[in-house]
Ligand binder design. Structure first.
Ligand code: SF4
Length: 453
């Protein structure tokens, strides 16, 4: 039997569980009932006892580990099967609140850690819903209805009620079925509004295609994300008035940092990071920039300023500093905060360099087109906002550098190839190759000098 807190930590039953089991003193003590669930989860790998949580605090860490390591661990290892055992719901919900509190207190709502925890919760619930897909549509629909109605009245939603959800950038109004502004979520509303229009087709199938389980799941994930975000904001505000936070929360927050560092190291190890393949921030080597980038940085004097700065230069300047090996990486939809968690490099180096090139244009780009600053933020993955903030990250994608072919087609004036451009498909490949050659040259020179001595 699936209990609502298993897929909605903001349900009323979840809150009751927290007041029953959430006494801070007990969260770091071995809990035999939790261990029993973990040990009896079907398919759970029990060989490494150290990875099996015995306390709720360890369960909180395990949730975070599962999320951060899931791309790098072998799915056959079955180390975290217990997270997807519905029986764990009570301890899981307390672990969720514990994690949110630790992050709110130590890192605050605008931090990289908060974004990770929002993604972590979304991923856990989403995986649980995915597992539920083996059940019938009716069963899924009723479970989702119960979970959703703890947060919103699914028979009575006007699209304007979802403004905060749309602002998260993960659900688009065009995905929803509307009737006079009302969002159709439930089957009975679908039939009432559209039943008379359906002939010779199965209404249930029509409902599932246009709304159904898919939209219910998306809405639930977004509502949980929004509520988690608000919860972290509230805890953070309250913590500022606190004399001293509970040491257990601080300990957990520090452990979270360690897990992040471990995950980062593991990622580099598994992607085969080598001397020349940089998937982490590296200092600029301006001498290795290709001719097109150099030309653009001197400012565009003729037409095409906007595309040159926003579409061409912005991705190049950001990836060449933060992740020059982007095309060698398997990962898709990378985010800037994966490599620049505090956005320090982005604010202090990347943005100033792009703005300088924009200023060098004739006329200076932002003088008559200040809105292009928003477009630059958008191409860096931070949505259409005037301020570049972690909060908005993911609303748009971080654009990858444009290929030489596209540059030649759309901005032919920028491409003035030199001998190093031969067989190069992308300016960032030019940059990586040139850095490698320069490094080799320097090493050779060093050897000659040493021999000379
Ligand atoms: S060939 Fe490619 S790298 Fe070289 S100048 Fe043209 S666009 Fe730039």
């Amino acid at each position: 039997m699936i209990k609502t807190p298993y897929i909605n930590p903001f349900s009323s039953d979840a809150k009751e569980i927290v007041s029953k089991l959430g006494q801070v003193e007990s969260l770091d003590e071995p809990n035999p009932l939790l261990s029993n669930i973990v040990n009896h989860t079907r398919g759970q790998n029990l060989s490494d006892r150290r990875t099996l949580p015995e306390t709720i605090k360890e369960l909180a860490q395990a949730r975070y580990e599962w999320f951060l390591f899931k791309k790098t661990i072998d799915s056959n290892e079955k180390k975290y099967e217990y997270l997807f055992n519905p029986d764990i719901y009570e301890y899981d919900v307390v672990a969720f609140y514990l994690l949110c509190q630790a992050i709110a207190i130590k890192y605050g709502p605008d931090s990289h850690e908060t974004r990770l925890i929002l993604d972590c919760e979304e991923n856990i619930i989403s995986q649980r819903l995915e597992i539920l897909k083996s059940e019938s549509n009716d069963f899924q629909s009723s479970i989702l209805r119960k979970a959703l109605n703890q947060l919103i009245d699914t028979n009575n939603i006007h699209w304007t009620d979802l403004k905060e959800i749309f602002d998260l950038g993960k659900l688009d109004i065009n995905e929803l079925l509307l009737s006079n502004g009302k969002v159709i979520i439930e089957y009975e509303d679908f039939i009432e509004e559209f039943g008379h229009l359906i002939h010779n087709r199965d209404p249930r199938t029509m409902y599932e295609v246009t709304a159904g389980v898919n939209i219910k799941s998306k809405l639930l994930l977004n509502l949980i994300r929004l509520n988690t975000k608000k919860y972290i904001e509230t805890v953070h505000e309250m913590s500022e008035r606190m004399v001293e936070p509970n040491p257990l929360l601080i300990e957990l927050a520090e452990k979270i940092k360690e897990i992040q560092q471990e995950a980062q190291t593991m990622k580099y190890a598994t992607t085969g990071n080598s001397q020349y393949i940089d998937d982490k921030p590296v200092s600029y080597e301006l001498e290795a920039f290709p001719p097109c980038v150099r030309k653009c940085m001197q400012g565009i004097k003729s037409g095409g300023r906007n595309d040159a700065i926003v579409l061409f230069l912005t991705p190049f300047i950001s990836y060449s500093r933060l992740c020059p090996s982007i095309f060698a990486r398997q990962e898709q939809n990378m985010k800037i905060s994966d490599v620049d968690p505090s956005l320090e490099i982005t604010h202090n180096e990347i943005i100033p360099m792009i703005y300088e090139a924009a200023q060098a244009c004739s006329p200076p780009l932002f003088k008559d087109q200040p809105q292009e600053k928003i477009n630059i933020n958008s191409k860096l993955g931070f949505g259409m906002h005037s301020e570049l903030k972690l909060d908005h990250e993911g609303e748009t994608q971080w654009y990858t550098p444009m290929s030489c072919e596209k540059i030649k087609l759309h901005m032919p004036n920028l491409c003035t190839p030199n001998k190093d451009c031969k067989k190069i498909g992308n300016p960032i490949t030019f940059y990586n190759r040139k850095r490698r050659l320069m490094k080799k040259d320097n090493q050779n020179k060093g050897q000659v000098d040493n021999n000379g001595d």
